[in-house]
Design a protein around this ligand. Structure first.
Ligand SMILES: [Zn+2]
Length: 303
């Protein structure tokens, strides 16, 4: 049995994946508010431990996808927290005594949609997770695409506007500064939207009621998303973009403007115009992807 985790900015989903690759159990919990690193690690370990206790089979490995910049099993930096260099893989390994793999959550999502949601359907794809931040990952039949230094590309921080809105990375004008929960909420307010709206869910409900500010906020977000996707396409030419994360549930509200900006921004001759689809598996894809990555690294250790 492989223990799996999908750690977001506000909640965590944990699960158990069988040797046959089936998600047999999964539960979601809110992260304790303002938890420091120690409390966060305790929370993660006891959450996964409580699921593992429900199974007759022993854990053989752990795979986790987490938001933030991940290097060698540590969360170097993560949005919504003040952690620096949090050794998550080490902590899980010490608690459960099994090999542990920790990757960026966009990577685990990409792994899941590429292998489990669309097995064999595409030669490559770009997965984008729309939530507290914007995660992105590129994957092909050769595996996850890495930069020369071995780290995942930081798709959320490609620039879409010179000197634009400040970003969680310390820079400005990044794609994430225009395509994220914070970006959507602030543009909704700027367009005169309902001040009581607290989340993208509320803005989407307003959109469905025909609220003009919600329409404008989603259209603006969509345009930036499409511009970002065009840049990615011009670099890597993935035949499809797969969207996940909480805000992807509101795709109806922003996909038309995203597709329009994408079509406008792609360079002709690179390949057929890419498709944009919304994942139906969502968090299941992330958990199955984390299990596949854990199994791959377990096999490479045993070889
Ligand atoms: Zn940034």
């Amino acid at each position: 049995m492989i223990g799996v985790l999908d750690i977001g900015g506000t909640n965590v989903r944990a699960g158990l994946v069988s040797e046959g690759g089936e998600l047999v159990l999964s539960r979601s919990r809110l992260l304790p508010p303002e938890a420091d690193a120690r409390r966060f690690l305790e929370f993660i370990c006891s959450f996964l431990g409580s699921l593992a206790a429900k199974s007759d089979e022993e854990l053989t490995a752990i795979g986790a996808g987490s938001c933030g910049v991940i290097r060698e099993g540590s969360i170097l930096y993560s949005p919504n927290t003040s952690w620096k260099s949090l050794a998550l893989a080490e902590a899980l390994k010490a608690r459960f005594q099994v090999p542990t793999t920790v990757v960026n959550d966009a990577d685990s999502f990409a792994m899941g949609v590429f292998n489990c949601e669309f097995p064999g359907k595409y030669s490559a794809l770009c997965a984008l997770t729309l939530g507290s931040g914007l995660g992105g990952s590129l994957i092909s039949r050769q595996g996850l695409v890495r930069g020369v230094s071995g780290v995942s590309p930081e798709i959320g921080h490609i620039k879409v506007r010179q000197g634009g809105v400040s970003c969680s990375c310390g820079g400005s004008g990044c794609l994430e500064a225009y395509v994220s929960k914070r970006a959507l909420m602030s543009s909704y307010r700027r367009y005169g939207g309902d001040k009581d709206a607290l989340s993208p869910y509320d803005v989407y409900q307003a959109f469905k009621r025909g609220d003009k500010a919600a329409e404008k906020a989603f259209a603006t977000m969509g345009r930036f998303l499409g511009t970002g996707m065009a840049t990615i396409f011009n670099l890597y030419a993935p035949p499809v973009f797969v969207l996940g994360g909480g805000i992807s549930r509101a795709a109806k509200a922003f996909l038309p403007s995203a597709r329009q900006a994408l079509a406008k921004g792609v360079v002709k001759g690179l390949g057929p115009r890419p498709r944009v689809v919304v994942s139906r598996m969502r968090s299941r894809a992330s958990l199955l992807g984390a299990a596949l990555l854990a199994r791959d690294s377990l096999e490479s250790v045993l070889k």
